[in-house]
Every structure is written in structure tokens, then in C-alpha cells.
Design a binder for this molecule. Sequence first.
Ligand SMILES: C[S@@+](CC[C@H](N)C(=O)[O-])C[C@H]1O[C@@H](n2cnc3c(N)ncnc32)[C@H](O)[C@@H]1O
Length: 516
Amino acid sequence: MLTDDERVRKACEITRELKIPDEKTLPVLKKLLQENGENWNLIKLDNYTALIDAIYSLDEEEEEEDKKKKKKQTETSSNGSSRGKSHVINVFDSPHSAALKKQSQGSSNRGKSVDSPATLKRKYETRSAKSGSSSEEGVQKQSQTSDGVRKKRYKAIIRDITKGSESVEISLVDEVGSEQVPKFTYIPHNIVYQNAYLHVSLARISDDDCCASCNGDCLSADFPCACARETSGEYAYTKEGLVREEFLDTCIKMKKAPDTFSKFYCQVCPLERDNGKCEGHLIRKFIKECWRKCGCDMMCGNRVVQRGIRCQLQVYFTQEGKGWGIRTLQDLPKGTFVFEYIGEILTNTELYERNIRSTSERHTYPVTLDADWGSEKDLKDEEALCLDATICGNVARFVNHRCEDANLIDIPVQIETPDRHYYHIAFFTIRDVKAMDELTWDYLIDFHDESHPVKAFKCCCGSELCRDKMPKGKTEFSWLIMHYGGDICQQDLEASREKEERLFLLKNKQVPKRWQ
Ligand SMILES: C[S@@+](CC[C@H](N)C(=O)[O-])C[C@H]1O[C@@H](n2cnc3c(N)ncnc32)[C@H](O)[C@@H]1O
């Protein structure tokens, strides 16, 4: 662990490499630290991008001031003799004058006070999350006027895409430097678009569905409260705020080997508009958090998702052709809650109509809320719900797909209503994740499904088990075996229940000896 002095020294070493003197670095650094609640992680981010940007912004302003001064001098002298005018230009253009100018800038810096945090923030925040054309010009102009060094450095485009609506700031950076900033409105909570009907009311929460007599932290009580009943009498979370391993592993297994779990089949499926033939909806495991009628407090260990994002995250432009993605800026242990998928709550009909109207959107952002359709009678199109983060959403709208070995899983979470027609989609880490790793989710796309009305994107996930790279006609199972080797006989393949079990093991690289 470095001391503050060592951190400052390190920051100066970096800026000195860019020929920035310490007397310029230090006051800016001080202001940035004040502004960010002494958060060194943000300062160090992407090799001190925020710091370097703030220093350059200061330079830009000074250059601007210099230009104005020069202009004024020129104007004044043009009112006098023309010799005076050329003299001013010559002095500023000679090598000697450049050195003089540098010196005078240095001294003016020492005398000059650094911008207030608010101004620095404004400079650094070159655009708001909802971009307009003028801010886009700003980004382009920046790259045109940059010198060689500046072109290479990372450009932080948005300091906080959440616009202060989350308890952590989430920056957006573009290391490639050529991408348009995404256009969407950041919302930290789901919101009904128009027709969706959410059965949320206090009257629906019966005594059995809450823990009115609890106090403080339910996880510290001697016995699990009513809210743990949903998860077999044990809370889904540990005291450290992570999803319990056993619960998490069952959820993972459910995703990877769905055919070994119960499914609900609609008679006429709202998702299969054309032929209506239902492919089955998994009856998922839910987490149930304490809520309004419960007696515990907000810091109760059984309230994790509802407290919102706590991890340090960043949106960045991926190099592999996936567009924008999300990475973690800190190590995350297995079972950490990362974010919820937030968007507009639409009925299936509304989504369908929206999709018909939409012009060629490169990326898509809807997720169906079908984790417990089995608990209701057949749902109609105008009842079935989904979340669409295309226009309004949170950071989760940037989560990219990865085949088979993604590091996040979505788990349905019941919070304000026992009725699972509406619920929250929360993302947790499946394994330990290292700082700067991209956070990914397996969208479970079948890349070879030609009957699907929406053509899947060309997958660039980079996974060894990429299903898009799987040769056409190969079953997923044989593709995995091809990858890991093994002499599985046809009978093995046919033993379908076990097959799913084996698929799960193969995907987790736990291939039993006899199969290798
Ligand atoms: C929910 S968005 C994810 C954020 C998106 N990358 C962006 O720039 O806004 C889903 C879209 O991202 C792109 N995408 C996600 N994962 C991908 C992958 N593995 N390969 C290629 N494109 C991917 C696809 O265009 C997809 O429709």
C-alpha cells in the first residue's frame, strides 16, 4: 500500500514523462483529489487520464487567453504603426521567444490559481450522458487540435454517465478515439413506458411475505425471517454481502444445463409471434429481499440490490468490435452484486411496435421478464413484460455477450411485490473478477438459429467456446468435446438428461477422466 506522498510522486513521474512540470501537476492534482473525495483510484485510472486531461484543459485555456492577449496587442498596435505590429509577431515566433513564452507561462502558472473544482469538472466533463451534436463537435475538435502525445493518451469523454444518480460515479472512456458517444438517457430505476401494468401495492404484501417484527439487520438475527423462506429458509446473501455460493452455483447450473430443470410451456407463447410454439421458460430461482413492510433497516444484509451499484465501474470502447462495454475498476469476489438491468418497462406488444418503427439500430437492448411465467396463466402479448434499455437505461445496457464463460449471471430478485410478473434482473459475478476485466454476460443466443426473426450479431466474444465459431451442423456437445477431446459414444450423446449434466461439466472445464 503506497502512502499519499508516494502516490503524489508516482503521479508526477507520469506527468513528467509528458514534459509537464511538477508545479503544473501538483495544484491540479490537489483540486482533483478534493473534488473526488480523495479517491486515488479515479486519479490513477487509465494511467492518470483524469489528471492529464485536467492539466491539458488548463493549458488550453491559457493558450486561449494568450491568443486573446495577442489579438488585443495586435489590434492596439495596428491602431499605431505597422512596424510595431510585425515586431510583436516576430518576437513571438523566434526560437528565443518560444523559450521566453514558456518561461512566462511557467511563471504565470505559479501566480495563477487553478480552476475551482466545479470548473475543472466542467472541463473534464466534455459532454453529458445525453449527447447533443455540439458536444460531439467538441470531441472531434479535441482530436484535431491534439499534438502527437495527446492523441495517444486515453480520452475520458464523460466523467459520470449516471449524472449523479448512483452512489458511485461511472466514467465513459474511449481509448480508440473515433466512436460516437452513445445516445441514451441514464435512469437508475426501471420506469413504466406506458401500458405495462405492475401489480405493485402494499396491500399485496401479506404478513407472510414480509418480516414486520424484525429489527436492524435480519442476517444477524438468531433465526431467518419470513423473507428467507423463498430461498429455503437460508438468506441468499452472506454477511459479506455476496450471494451464497451454493445458491449461486445452482443458478449457474440452471443457465448452463436448463433441460435438467423445470420449464413452463405457454400454449400460445408471447415470444413466438409467428408460430406461437413455446420453447419453454425456465422457472428460475429468485432472491427475495426485505422491503417496505419489513421491520429491518436499509443496511439489513438482506437488502443488496435495492441499495444500488457499489462497485467502481467504467464504460469503455472495446477493441474487438463489440462496441462499448463495461469493465470493473476493482477486483470483485465471486457472488458480488454488480448492477441491475434497468430500462423502460414495456409490454411485449409495445416492444414489438417499437422494433417495427425503429430504423437500423446497430445494438439491441431488450430483456424479457419471463422468469416465472409459470406462476400465471398464459400471458398475452399486452400483459407480458420486458425491459428495454435502448432509449432509457443504466450502465447495464453496455454489458456485452460472451459465449459460455462470461463472468456475470443474471438472477431474478423480488423486492417490492411478491407477484413475479414484475421483478428485478440483478447481475452477480460468477467467479472472482480482476480489476480492468470486461464484465460479460452470456445472452444465450443460438447463433445458428435461422428461424429467429432477428439475425444475431457476429460474435466477437473471443471465448474458446464461442458458439458463433462453432461449425454449422455440429451440436454444441460435440463442439465442446472437439475442443476438450474425448471419445464420447453416441449413446452418451443420446442420454439426454445426463447430457445436460455433462455439458455443464464440459463448459466448466471439469471433464471427468473417463470422458477425456
Ligand atoms: C446490450 S448491447 C451491449 C452494448 C453495446 N456493445 C454498445 O455499444 O452499446 C448489445 C449489443 O452489443 C453488441 N455486442 C454485444 N456482445 C457482442 C459480441 N460478443 N460480439 C459482437 N457484438 C456484441 C451487439 O451489437 C449487441 O446487439
